[in-house]
Design a protein around this ligand. Structure first.
Ligand code: NAD
Length: 440
């Protein structure tokens, strides 16, 4: 099939590459000309495992190409995936769906035949309905446009795997014909037993919001319980393992840490809270707001643990933060908890050096006030304390004995409970882990 992917970001590029991988002819569209030039040259503008190889393979065969020209995409494709951004609105709570409606407005006049638009971006409930009305007004006569909502659940750092082998595909369809198109475009995945959940568009839009709101609540819950463990001298890691064995709770996504971040969870929890409020679901809104409040307090909670470990306020201290991306496996630093902790320590007068595989250039744009080190060893030279804030395997595999010769004092706070603390303690380090006793 001939498909377009409109919006080439963290979602759109992996989606375009995955659609080519399952046999479609794909054209990716973005407004950003330099990004399109890099993509057409087979270069990958984001860090994502496995993506450069897929891009290189499919741009070389010509099955995948990129353009800034929506007229070309309208002429080429019968299915248009919408993968543009939906950042948080100026009010800080609801989605700004300007890119979604802007892309539809720009595409409509170029349509020459009936097509299906498959929205993948995360949107407010009611967006499919409003988009359908807009397109009915703007599309030329004889070019019926059906709009499906097919929310995306991929995790950055696992984008290719999650696109080619998702847990489920959700499609909110307006008609049996639209459902048929969804079944055809995803046929290779459906043959691999990936479940397709077909519903109406409003339910599909809410499924995405509810899934991320629930994940945010789960993380805030365990972070709140980590505070209880710290106060009681108990161990949140063991507690998590034990409660996670109950299938009604589940172990996945239940890791205490410096809070949730990234381009999705924080805004999705905020926007779902606002939706709950505007739909009059006040209990749901109160529950979600509490999850947000817990998340917003995490940098301060991390600072308290850091200062307790250091034995004094961080003002004047030389501190190293391992981690800038919001999680491992990506260079995305949007709403990164690691950078929130680093920035807070800087504000309090510490000299902060940040090290992160792959994300230093993106972090530098957002936090030019911090120092950066490209190299792990370089980052710890003369430091008084290391804060491990993102769960990169490179940090787990670091050599404590070798590093202890580089630091001013061997002290580390592990906000991800990533390290084998015994190994580090044996190598002479003082290690504190979040929600766990100072000494086991
Ligand atoms: P992004 O900001 O990385 O990418 C959006 C892209 O859309 C940008 O490259 C921008 O230039 C482009 N764009 C904007 N208007 C356009 C237009 N009119 N025509 C063509 N291109 C246009 O955003 P993202 O992280 O890829 O997220 C996209 C959507 O997917 C959001 O709604 C997000 O919530 C959702 N989502 C993201 C993820 C993720 O892991 N990043 C996961 C699931 C869902």
């Amino acid at each position: 099939m001939r498909v377009s992917a409109i919006g080439c970001g963290h979602l759109g590029i992996p989606h375009a590459a995955a659609m080519a991988e399952i046999g479609h002819e794909v054209i990716g569209v973005d407004l950003d000309q330099p990004k399109i030039d890099r993509l057409n040259a087979g270069e990958c503008p984001i860090y994502e495992e496995g993506l450069p190889e897929l891009l290189a393979t499919h741009t070389a065969t010509g099955r995948l190409r990129f353009t800034t020209n929506l007229a070309e995409a309208a002429d080429f494709a019968d299915i248009h995936f919408l993968a543009v951004g939906t950042p948080i609105d100026a009010d800080g709570r609801s989605y700004d769906t300007g890119q979604v409606f802007g892309a539809a407005r720009a595409l409509a006049p170029h349509l020459t035949r009936p097509c299906v638009i498959i929205g993948k971006s995360t949107v407010t409930v009611g967006t499919t309905r409003d988009l359908t009305t807009l397109l009915a007004r703007l599309a030329p006569a004889g070019t019926d446009v059906e709009v499906v909502w097919n929310p995306e659940f991929l995790r950055e750092g696992h984008a290719i795997e999650d696109t080619l082998r998702p847990d489920r595909i959700v499609a909110g369809v307006p008609s049996p014909h639209a459902e048929d198109v969804v079944r055809q475009v995803y046929a290779p995945l459906l043959h691999n037993q990936i479940p397709l959940f077909v519903t109406d568009p409003a339910t599909a839009e809410l499924i995405k919001g509810a899934a991320n709101a629930y994940l945010g609540m789960k993380i805030s819950f365990i972070n709140g319980v980590a505070d209880m463990c710290a106060a009681a001298g108990a161990d949140v890691h063991q507690l998590t393992e034990a409660i996670g064995l109950d299938p009604r709770i589940g172990r996945g996504g239940l890791n205490a840490g410096p809070g949730y971040g990234g381009g999705c969870l924080p805004k999705d929890v905020r926007a779902f809270t606002a939706s709950a409020q505007s739909l009059g679901a006040l209990d749901a809104a109160a529950l979600l707001r509490a999850a947000e409040q817990v998340n917003e307090s995490r940098a301060t909670a991390a600072l308290a643990l850091i200062e307790q470990t250091l034995g004094r306020p961080v003002a004047g201290a030389r501190v190293t933060v391992w981690g800038a991306s919001f999680k491992a496996g990506t260079d995305d630093v949007r709403e990164s908890p690691a950078l929130a902790v680093a920035a807070l320590m800087h504000q309090r007068g510490a000299t902060v050096t940040v090290h992160n595989p792959h994300a230093v250039p993106t972090a530098l744009v957002r936090h030019p006030e911090l120092d950066y080190a490209e190299d792990l060893e370089e980052s710890v030279k003369g430091t008084e304390l290391i804060v491990l804030a993102t769960e990169w395997p490179q940090f787990r595999d670091a050599n404590p004995k070798a590093l202890s010769t580089l630091v001013e004092q061997p002290v580390l706070v592990d906000l991800r409970n990533l390290l084998n603390a015994d190994t580090w303690r044996t190598a002479g380090w003082t290690v504190r882990q979040l929600g766990r006793p100072a000494q086991p």
